[in-house]
Design a protein around this ligand. Structure first.
Ligand code: KIV
Length: 317
């Protein structure tokens, strides 16, 4: 690859808040928005290279990374840690950091402080919080202070106990109307995207028609302006549950088990590591005997793993 070509491929085309806000696909304004979650640098690099528009560092990490039964115990410090990792792996996609349970409910000042930490320490480009009319004022204050906000209505995982579990919301007219009002309130407060989770498809469509900013659906039907999925779900890494709204595009959990079994077998059989995975000892070359010089060489060309900026995790020779 020529230097020019390499520079060209590395060009950063950052997807911005105004660019996303303008993509109201269902009104013919741009393509639908593809968002997925990521929680570390490697996943971020993978989904960024796949061309997603936005990466959500979701508090779903409490479940898929930490193995908890809900998102409730995730702390702001943990979110910041994962946001920083994702930022290191992301070039083009916009990155949203989720505000964990009780990091924005106590007071407006506390909410601003928590969002500020996610942006300053976690380095994300916007924050997401769950709720409708009751968080509209919080969103308004954040947006006025220059903090871009993604809202989240419908099924609210942080309220799973109050909602009686992870249950589809808005199934009757009254509840559906209430969720539409929530979406209108958070959009008017200044949210630039609204995640709509776990509602009937026709309600997802109605919410999308009712607001000017793009909706991002998850279990909310096809008529949203974009979709979001948990990356572990879409890649089939989650072997413990598969909600109806998830489409698994791969079966990485099973493939990972099989690959690891092969490794275990080879270690036990003494066939791994092979010569090609082994380092040669350093040799002392007697190159300048006349002058009495001694020169150290590594004696082999077997150690030439390119040390790229993203691959510097261990010794190469
Ligand atoms: O935490 C998360 O991953 C989310 C998505 C499911 C929208 O909030």
């Amino acid at each position: 690859m020529t230097t020019d070509k390499r520079v060209q491929t590395m060009k950063v085309e950052k997807i911005t808040v105004p660019a996303l806000r303008a993509r109201k696909a269902t009104r013919g304004r741009g393509e639908r928005i593809a968002m997925v979650t990521a929680y570390d640098a490697t996943f971020a690099r993978m989904v960024d290279q796949a061309g997603v528009d936005a990466i959500l560092v979701g508090d779903s990490l409490g479940m898929v990374v930490q193995g908890q039964h809900s998102t409730l115990s995730v702390t702001l410090d943990e979110m910041i840690y994962h946001c920083r990792a994702v930022m290191r792996g992301t070039r083009n996609a916009h990155v949203v950091g989720d505000m964990p349970f009780m990091s924005y409910q106590r007071s407006h000042d506390h909410a601003l402080e928590s969002a500020g930490r996610l942006m300053k320490e976690g380095m994300v480009e916007s924050v997401k919080l769950e709720g409708g009319r009751e968080v509209a004022e919080t969103i308004y204050r954040m947006v006025r202070m220059g903090i871009p906000v993604v809202a989240h209505v419908g099924l609210l995982p942080q309220r799973m106990h109050a909602m009686g579990g992870f249950k589809v919301q808005g199934r009757n007219n009254e509840d559906a109307e209430s969720i539409v009002e929530d979406a209108i309130a958070v959009a008017q407060a200044g949210a630039f995207l609204v995640v709509v989770e776990g509602v009937p498809a026709d309600l997802g469509a109605k919410i999308t028609r009712s607001i000017e900013v793009p909706t991002i659906g998850i279990g909310a039907g096809i008529d949203c302006d974009g979709q979001v999925l948990v990356s572990y779900d879409l890649l089939g890494l989650n072997d413990t549950m598969r909600p109806k709204f998830v489409k698994t595009y791969e079966t990485l959990f099973g493939r990972g088990v099989d690959a690891t079994k092969s490794y275990v077998d080879e270690v036990r059989a003494g066939t791994f590591p092979g010569l090609e995975h082994s380092f040669a000892a350093k040799k002392i070359a007697d190159s300048g005997a006349a002058q009495g010089e001694r020169r150290e060489t590594d004696g082999a060309s077997d150690a030439e793993v390119p040390l790229t900026e993203a691959h510097a995790y261990g010794p190469t020779h």
